[in-house]
Design a protein around this ligand. Structure first.
Ligand SMILES: [Zn+2]
Length: 337
């Protein structure tokens, strides 16, 4: 137990959330509890993690979360570990919610995204269809997040664009998408900054000048692609191609990187597999699952395609390449943080 790495979680305490203030001491090594010297409250070492008030071994939960993030069906886990189905569902939800908090915390820092690709996945549920829209930063393969909705409409795309905007610096940016018209409108609405003025009321919003939208529209006959149209929906092609080259994202407008990510998600999440029998029952369970999978992809998986871009000795992680953390996280360490 290391009290120097802990902070007081008591919302009424003046030292809450501060690390390195020397106000935390070990209260009970046997029960794994700390105490804050300022508010005198004690708290469990597992406060704020999915392990809080867990009645089973923590290793078992880490194992279950790892299996879920690699597409193991829930029923297989229930049978293999002789757990109750509700327990596994609860752990999945806890781990997913925690992954979401970790993701949101680390994505707060804006980055020069250069080239982003976005797409939507159709997820078949029991008696309904759910849509999952996601985005990826091409140069580092960083998964930027995703949105779940019942319909593929402008609200879904708007939420996704707001997510990208939160993590973007006002630098030249290319967004490559499919032919869905809602992207153009959403980008125009979201990528704006308030113009400071001394007047009262809502300030003017100025559009970011260097935002480019490339569309890749595929025409299918049956299941085969027979024609691909690449066009600019906003901005200029020359800058877009320069951004593609500098992000090492190919030679022309494409959505190959997000399609590859979609394929990874589809293969690793049992509910996203096409023609699966493990159909999703409750759409609300999809979001925690998506974050669980996304965090494993960003922090715990090494990507061979990043190998050449990073210098020797650094792990080939999306987040490492995006300059936040260079160590590869174990499944346990990201559930613990
Ligand atoms: Zn306190």
């Amino acid at each position: 137990m290391d009290p120097r790495q802990q902070f007081c979680p008591n919302m009424a305490c003046p030292a809450r959330g501060k690390i390195g203030e020397n106000n935390i001491v070990v209260h009970s090594p046997k029960e794994a509890r700390y105490q804050c010297k300022i508010c005198r409250k004690t708290f469990a070492a597992t406060t704020g993690t999915p392990f809080y008030r867990l009645h089973r071994r923590q290793e078992l939960m880490v194992l279950v979360a790892t299996l879920i993030a690699h597409g193991c069906p829930l029923q297989a886990i229930v049978v293999a570990f002789q757990l109750d189905e509700r327990t596994v569902m609860d752990w999945q939800k806890r781990a997913g919610k925690h992954a979401q908090r970790v993701h949101e915390h680390l994505m707060q820092q804006p980055r020069d995204l250069e080239h982003v690709q976005a797409d939507e996945i159709r997820v078949k549920g029991q008696g309904k269809v759910v849509w999952l829209a996601m985005a990826i930063m091409v140069s580092t393969r960083l998964w930027l997040g995703g949105v779940v909705a019942r319909k593929r409409d402008e609200h879904l795309i708007l939420s996704l664009m707001q997510m990208i905007r939160q993590g973007a610096l006002a630098r030249p940016l290319l967004i490559c998408v499919d032919g869905f018209i809602a992207y153009v409108q959403a980008v125009q609405q979201v990528f704006r900054s308030p113009l400071p003025s001394r007047k009262r009321g809502r300030p003017w919003l100025i559009s970011w000048p260097d935002i480019h939208i490339g569309q890749v529209v595929k025409r299918y006959e049956g299941k085969r692609v027979v024609d691909v149209t690449r066009r600019m929906a906003r901005g200029c092609l020359e800058t877009a191609l320069a951004l593609i080259r500098s992000s090492q994202g190919g030679t022309k407008l494409n959505t190959a990187f997000i399609e590859r990510l979609n394929a990874t998600f589809r293969s690793r999440l049992a509910v996203l597999v096409r023609r699966s029998r493990a159909l999703i029952r409750d759409p609300q369970t999809l979001e925690p699952l998506m974050y669980l999978m996304g965090c494993v992809y960003n922090f715990c998986t090494e990507h061979k395609s990043l190998r050449l871009k990073l210098w020797v000795g650094k792990p080939w992680l999306p987040l490492g390449a995006a300059n936040t953390s260079y160590r590869r996280w174990s499944y346990r360490s990201y559930l613990e943080c």
